[in-house]
Design a protein around this ligand. Structure first.
Ligand SMILES: Cc1cc2nc3c(=O)[nH]c(=O)nc-3n(C[C@H](O)[C@H](O)[C@H](O)COP(=O)(O)OP(=O)(O)OC[C@H]3O[C@@H](n4cnc5c(N)ncnc54)[C@H](O)[C@@H]3O)c2cc1C
Length: 468
């Protein structure tokens, strides 16, 4: 489908590549198994299409959608994307694949490798993930080792749900909020992967442009955010926690009590339910996303600047206040240095969080693009120096991020290259994807490193170049 917005879209890394559009004709929902609560889809099936088919068949099943529902169910899972029901880890909730290898051979993984009776698909292909022998599915995610043409996805049986928001007035309570989330998530009291957002998002998700709130130069000042947030439904707060609980009404009521009590340690923390907020408040769109209904509301924050484009910086950080603060301080400092608005959204699990920064910039301004790219580059380097690495990145930063995973003299990349060369000896499939270059490209300076990222914005240095 190619909706990987913020991570490079459909752009191939090597100029002159042929882009294979799997969304146009490979868009069949091959099976929905209501008893097994699973489906088998081709790459062109969008979240909306799968949702609508389940509704059409009146099945009591949920899909799990990312914040924007226009993308490919398979594409998002293969890029290890996230959603917000209890099935939010999309790759962890896939079950079985069919893959076209670079030599044209067709491979089925998991139980799919064992033919079913009379040539049918194996009846447990979408039931048991690893099957027998090495579990190979992982090497086809975020890689260039094959084209996945079918994927099994688990669906969640529908259940009662209650979304809520908790607001925190003080900026400096951020590490303590993270400390409180950790045990709640580890004990599985939190129903889904909650989002912790900075209050700037309350302004941005109104879909109003930044110029409505601040018309001066540079990033919107904290005082301007405060002044305008005070007029919005959540008021003059600093951090906003969006969560959802699942179960029957009595169980949800108990869960909310535990959560309310835990966060009451933060001065001024306040829990609100959808009925406490106006119908156009963003919490109502979270109710949809967190109960498996795809929406597009999240795109609203791209109205922030004219001609908006965005980059995601997505390091994995331990769910610990002190680590969260280290990354937050890096991000705050570098955004200020490069004159960019800081728009963080943290997806917080029990042991790690995806600390996601949305850099929104005017793509018609080369200066803004260069500042956004420089900020990304410096955040990647500084975070890596502290031991924090990105879980996913824009194609422009693939070499840089891959280079940070360099333990044991780049043992991981050498392993990936060995697999790449064995499966794709001619190096035809997505060269450079996730920093993995086939043999015929290596040592020729194809990588984009350091300040070459900014030059690449003007189309310079994307191809091979001499290196000292
Ligand atoms: C406002 C906003 C909010 C977002 N929120 C989220 C979010 O909550 N969670 C999230 O995960 N993302 C989010 N994103 C990022 C992105 O838009 C989504 O992840 C989107 O679902 C990805 O696009 P897609 O599903 O069409 O995947 P694609 O673009 O189709 O696929 C992603 C990548 O996977 C590889 N790939 C795709 N298909 C295959 C295949 N058949 N075989 C092998 N490799 C393949 C390709 O390299 C491709 O670039 C957000 C983006 C925006 C703009």
């Amino acid at each position: 489908m190619g909706r990987n917005i913020g991570y490079g879209g459909t752009a191939p890394r090597v100029p002159g590549s042929v882009v294979i559009d799997l969304g146009r004709r490979m868009n069949r929902i091959l099976n929905i198994d209501a008893e097994n609560a699973s489906c088998l889809v081709e790459p062109g099936v969008s979240y909306f299409a799968l949702y609508e088919e389940i509704q059409r068949r009146k099945l009591p099943l949920w899909i799990d959608t990312p914040d924007v529902g226009g993308g490919s169910v398979l594409g998002n899972a293969i890029d290890r994307g996230v959603g917000y029901t209890p099935y939010g880890d999309h790759f962890a909730n896939h079950c079985g694949m069919e893959i076209v290898l670079p030599n044209g051979e067709l491979l089925r993984t998991g139980m799919g490798a064992l033919p079913g009776k009379d040539g049918a698909d194996n009846p447990t292909w979408q039931s048991f993930q690893p099957a027998y022998g090495p579990y190979v599915d992982g090497i086809f995610s975020q890689s260039n080792f094959g084209i996945v043409v079918r994927m099994g996805i688990w669906l969640m049986p529908e259940i009662g749900h209650q979304s809520y928001v908790i607001t925190f007035p003080r900026e400096e309570d951020f590490p303590e909020i993270v400390e409180i989330i950790r045990p709640l998530a580890q004990q599985r009291i939190l129903g889904n992967i909650p989002q912790l957002r900075h209050v700037i998002q309350e302004l941005a998700t109104t879909a109003r442009p930044k110029s409505d709130f601040y018309s001066g130069p540079g990033p919107i000042p904290r005082e301007a955010i405060r002044e305008h947030a005070a007029k919005l439904p959540l008021g003059d707060v600093s951090w906003v926690f969006y969560g959802t609980q699942y179960g029957d009404a009595a169980s949800i009521a108990k869960q909310l009590d535990v959560i309310r009590t835990a966060f009451s340690k933060i001065p001024g923390a306040k829990m609100l339910l959808p009925e406490d907020l106006p119908a156009d408040h963003y919490l109502h769109s979270r109710v949809s996303v967190c109960s498996g209904v795809p929406v597009l509301r999240e795109l609203d924050w791209l109205n922030w600047v004219p001609n908006a484009a965005h980059l995601f910086f997505s390091p994995i950080v331990p769910t610990r206040g002190r680590d969260a603060k280290i990354v937050h301080d890096i991000v705050v400092r570098l955004h200020a240095k490069h004159g960019l608005d800081l728009i963080p959204t943290l997806c917080v699990a029990g042991r790690e969080m995806h600390y996601i920064v949305n850099i929104v910039y005017d793509r018609s301004s080369l200066d803004e693009k260069r500042r956004a790219a420089a900020c990304m580059r410096e955040m990647i380097a500084e975070a890596a120096a502290e031991g924090y690495g990105e879980y996913r990145t824009h194609i422009l930063f693939a070499d840089m991020v891959a280079g940070t995973y360099n333990w044991g003299q780049n043992a991981l990349m050498r392993f990936n290259e060995t697999i790449k060369d064995a499966l794709d000896p001619n190096g035809i499939l997505a060269p450079g994807r996730n920093g993995i270059w086939p043999k015929r490209f290596r040592g020729k300076g194809w990588e984009i490193l350091g300040t070459e990222v900014e030059d690449a914005l003007e189309g310079k240095g994307i191809g091979p170049k001499p290196r000292a």
